[in-house]
Design a protein around this ligand. Sequence first.
Ligand SMILES: O=P(O)(O)OC[C@H]1O[C@](O)(COP(=O)(O)O)[C@@H](O)[C@@H]1O
Ligand SMILES: [Mg+2]
Ligand SMILES: [Mg+2]
Length: 332
Amino acid sequence: MQTLAQNLTSQAVDASLSQLILTLADTSKAISQAVRHGALAGVLGATEQENVQGETQKKLDIITNEMLKDALKADGTVRGLASEEEDHVVEVSETGQYLVCFDPLDGSSNIDINSLVGTIFSVLPAPTGELSEASFLQQGRAQLAAGYVLYGPSTMLALTTGRGVQMFTLNPETNEYLLTQDAVSISKDTAEFAINMSNQRFWEAPMQTYIADLLLGKIGPREKSFNMRWIAAMVGDVHRVLSRGGLFTYPADNKDPNKPFKLRLMYEANPMALLVEQAGGKASTGYENILDIQPEQIHQRVAVILGSANEVDACLSYHGLDYSQEPDPELG
Ligand SMILES: O=P(O)(O)OC[C@H]1O[C@](O)(COP(=O)(O)O)[C@@H](O)[C@@H]1O
Ligand SMILES: [Mg+2]
Ligand SMILES: [Mg+2]
């Protein structure tokens, strides 16, 4: 089995980008250890602090953020970073070529129940000139690499550098990531969906109707039964979608009018959308392709609908969009 380093070489990934990916991977091994020790290391539980988004930070949110920041500062290829747990962008090295956006620990509410959590990252090219928040506001299509590490029964890394999606499993004996799945491909069709059903009454009408039709199963317009899953960690839900297909959505809701969306564009939606597209799936807000969004803020939130291509199309058709048809050449 190929190691991560061998795989990057065989894919002819640029040397400095490979170095950055290996740094992220090495840090995830240390995070995996910290997560694994759990209550033994006293790392569970919340702190008194809130992040810029008003969410109480867990101890592990802060620990993992510091681990990634320290590693990226030492790496030498990074110009700046943006993190869920940092109010502002952080300048790293004047000579760095890359910007890294990350969610150091996704699925924070799962920490204290010993359930799935992960790290999500996105790598963008660093524009020349002074570093500011504006340097980061690039469309998801500009990402040079994206991936996540899932700290589950085994620790797994899913990665894309724009050459499909590869999955690596951390060998606990050698502490090395080994390629366990190449050319990951999401099935076009699925009978499984993931949504937080407790928000149902707050969704927009198209999502209400779409989910109601899924729940009707064989006796409804879809004429097929669907199963539902919800891990409460995007990283776990997207891993399932990449592994066996499915539709994952965190749609717009009006529970809190000041916060219509939950997931963050720069370090949750964009990297996951690139992985999903590279595996043959689709990722949309319901109204536009996630990778085409022009970001306005580093902590901006978006609606997310992603997964098996035909099922995402089915969901979009309820939003008045039909992406499954080829464009009409007559209409130009
Ligand atoms: O609390 P809910 O509605 O189940 O939301 C779960 C969602 O929130 C998140 O946990 C947000 O991520 P963080 O834990 O990094 O804040 C997603 O991973 C997940 O899909
Ligand atoms: Mg998250
Ligand atoms: Mg997080």
